[in-house]
Unconditional design. Sequence first.
Lengths: 132, 127
Amino acid sequence: MATSAPGANRPLSPHLQVYRMLFTMLMSIVHRITGAALYFGTLLMVIWLLAAASGPDAYNAVTDLYGSFLGRLVLFGFTWALMHHMLGGIRHFIWDTGRGLDKVGRNFLARATLIGSVSLTLLLWIIGYAVR
Amino acid sequence: MANMRTPLSRVRGLGSAKEGTDHFWRQRVTALANVPLILFFIVMVIGLQGASHAEFVSVMGSPLAAILMLLVIISGTIHMRLGMQVIIEDYIHNELTKILALLGNTFFAIIIAAASIYAILKMSFGG
Ligand code: HEM
């Protein structure tokens, strides 16, 4: 491979910390973090389902725990992670069609993802409290 | 750059990992399926707040809810396993640690799926 001679004028990547964090970069890593959080969050779903399957005592213990203040706080975070990751995924679908990759599109989609996830989370919790 | 690929490898189009676009594609298919399934899941969770145990079991065990929940679990666990695989491959470079982490990822996803499916079927079939 003739072009890989030493000293060829190839672009050099600075160290990762040298980059100024852009909003789009932040949204990209948040998609990964929410994905990983949801991964471990599936434990909450399994515990809930297994408790219900094993009888009223276990079921009541788990719903009390999940309904406690701390439990609700965790579930609120879970809801946001789910909404944010879902919208982030839809953003990936848009990119997969070749759209929204230019500067304006990227920034718009990054903003829309965050605003959308916060709004949807609040909306779901308002509905949740309203129908209780 | 000189082309190092053999004609056969180009025809197969499977690349160096020998999987082609399979991983990417399965991640997208499950992601797409997840959108309606997760929305169903959230609506159901909201609807089940404060339900008694008997109410919970009768809703979760009903055919429609049980089948949709099984789909949530299957699509979700396949998707999260593929996703975590990429995260592990990106950050863990020691070969042994990586293989152990990948195995752990597979086991975790399968255990989550098996336990959830068991719970749903138990409620469904009235065990
Ligand atoms: C609600 C619908 C969902 C959609 C639309 C969605 C979409 C996506 C997409 C498109 C990717 C690939 C991102 C990429 O190529 O860089 C991805 C990655 C991932 N997803 Fe999801 N997902 C959803 C739900 C979930 C759930 C419920 C979980 C976990 C239980 C999950 C866990 C993950 C993980 C761990 C990754 C890897 C993240 C990364 O590589 O940065 N996803 N998701």
